[in-house]
Design a protein around this ligand. Structure first.
Ligand SMILES: Cc1cc2nc3c(=O)[nH]c(=O)nc-3n(C[C@H](O)[C@H](O)[C@H](O)COP(=O)(O)OP(=O)(O)OC[C@H]3O[C@@H](n4cnc5c(N)ncnc54)[C@H](O)[C@@H]3O)c2cc1C
Ligand code: SF4
Ligand code: SF4
Length: 419
């Protein structure tokens, strides 16, 4: 559904936190890190702020997207969005592969966008140096800049804040984000074709949901970071595949301390995933259908340990994306082999079931008169009908229970985080 303003989007639980609205109106809308509700936009009080909050909905994909123009030819495309081609591979640059979340393919492709002249810069996110629990939208122009972002950050981040900078500048900038970030980028480019002309490539990472700051706090507790420690690094993935979650801090005596690492399975499975926002649970695109290229983990051939040599699943979603991946392979920056297009279903069986359950969750919301996002032409109901009866029932009944437990009818109010 489309709300009248971004303030309404936030209040009605439709905002994904992509940051596009704040990028469009940087003086009137700012992103705030709310520990529970996530990184969300707040408009300046007064008529100017209200007007910006209304106009910014043109760049916002939180409430609605249209799949009607996406080229979808067969069952793979219908289930996953356009899949023109798929590869498994990794960055040829050993450091990028090692630091990357899976095989460093995203960072390698971004570096190739710079070295080939396809882009003057790359918009992505990186941990904030002053507080690594939080993330900042940055535009990198070299390998060192890109390496700041290598490795997934299982936390709130708003890369689409950079869209405003791109629109106001003259340079060509490639864009990296989660599927919801890329969906807003696409909407913004449709609303402003001059912005579209400056974005030569979009890359989405697969995403099952972004946990909030409460989850980050629990992770830091599990890693043994003391409350009076000054956090200087927090890693969720990378340095091998899938990588360990690990923190570094300066203790009260001024000494640098490094935690033991915990596995991705423990960190995501028992600490982080339960704190995904409700908007993530009604998200119907976890695999970046609106991007030129989407990258995830090839879980069908999982690593044997916690820090194996990484591999990425790379999916071309547009002819432009396919040509770019092929050029990167030819140039020797990406080592990758073609796979059958349906590898995506084998790699991500959970995400397909999640997409199906989302139709039931949204229907359950609407039956209660609550707002839910709408993705026109996606055909989610077909995926729901393919679920076993128990999962169908669970998607509806589980939502009603959650509505009661989390009182999801209440308007969301944003409060800024303090340390
Ligand atoms: C919250 C979250 C959930 C995920 N869920 C899944 C999943 O269910 N299935 C799956 O296969 N993969 C998932 N991933 C993606 C996966 O972890 C890898 O990011 C992906 O395989 C790309 O790996 P890579 O080594 O090629 O990328 P890298 O070379 O490591 O590059 C990663 C890029 O992602 C960007 N990035 C990192 N964190 C964020 C963020 N929070 N928001 C926006 N951009 C970010 C970085 O800036 C960097 O440019 C998730 C990632 C995140 C952040
Ligand atoms: S543009 Fe993004 S951050 Fe702004 S309201 Fe929409 S979903 Fe939220
Ligand atoms: S689950 Fe969907 S809405 Fe949530 S962060 Fe990931 S892509 Fe965005």
């Amino acid at each position: 559904m489309t709300a009248a303003s971004i303030t309404d989007m936030v209040a009605r639980n439709l905002c994904t936190g992509c940051g596009a609205c704040a990028g469009a109106f940087p003086d009137l809308i700012r992103m705030v890190d709310d520990p529970v509700n996530g990184r969300r936009p707040v408009a300046k009080p007064g008529p100017e702020g209200r007007r910006a909050a209304q106009e910014a909905t043109a760049w916002c994909a939180g409430g609605s997207t249209s799949w009607e123009d996406l080229a979808r030819a067969d069952a793979v495309d219908r289930d996953w969005g356009p899949v023109l081609a798929a590869w498994e591979g990794w960055a040829a640059d050993d450091e990028i592969r090692h630091r990357g979340s899976s095989g460093g393919a995203v960072t390698a492709l971004a570096a190739f966008a710079l070295s080939s002249g396809a882009a003057d810069g790359v918009a992505h996110i990186a941990a904030r140096a002053d507080d690594p629990r939080l993330n900042a939208a940055v535009i990198s122009v070299d390998r060192a800049g890109l390496l700041r972002g290598a490795g997934s950050r299982y936390a709130q981040a708003s890369p689409a804040e950079s869209l405003g900078t791109i629109a106001r500048g003259a340079e060509k900038v490639a864009f990296i984000g989660k599927p919801c970030d890329v969906a807003s980028a696409r909407k913004a480019m449709e609303a402003d074709p001059s912005l579209g002309a400056k974005v030569p490539l979009t890359i989405a990472i697969f995403c099952a949901g972004a946990p909030n700051l409460v989850a980050t706090g629990r992770l830091l507790d599990r890693l043994g970071v003391p409350k009076d420690g000054r956090l200087v690094d927090l890693r969720y993935r990378g340095q091998g595949w899938p990588g360990l979650m690990q923190a570094e801090w300066i203790d009260a005596s001024g000494a640098r301390q490094v935690s033991a690492g915990i596995s991705y399975a423990e960190g995501w499975g028992t600490i982080l995933q339960s704190e995904r926002r409700w908007r993530c649970r009604v998200c119907a695109d976890h695999a970046g259908a609106f991007a030129d290229i989407a990258v995830g983990d090839p879980w069908h051939a999982p690593p044997e340990g916690d820090t194996d040599a990484g591999r990425s699943l790379i999916v071309a979603r547009t002819p432009r994306g396919e040509a770019f991946v092929e050029a990167a392979i030819r140039a020797g920056v990406l080592v990758a082999e073609r796979r059958p297009r349906d590898v995506i279903a084998r790699a991500q069986p959970n995400l397909k079931a999640t997409h199906g359950a989302v139709w039931g969750r949204r229907a359950a919301m609407r039956m209660l008169g609550l707002p839910a996002p709408r993705d026109r032409g996606q055909g989610l109901m077909r995926l729901w009908l393919g679920l076993p009866l128990r999962q169908k029932a669970q998607s509806v009944a589980g939502t009603w229970k959650r509505v009661l437990r989390e009182r999801l009818w209440r308007r969301v109010r944003i409060a800024e985080s303090s340390r």
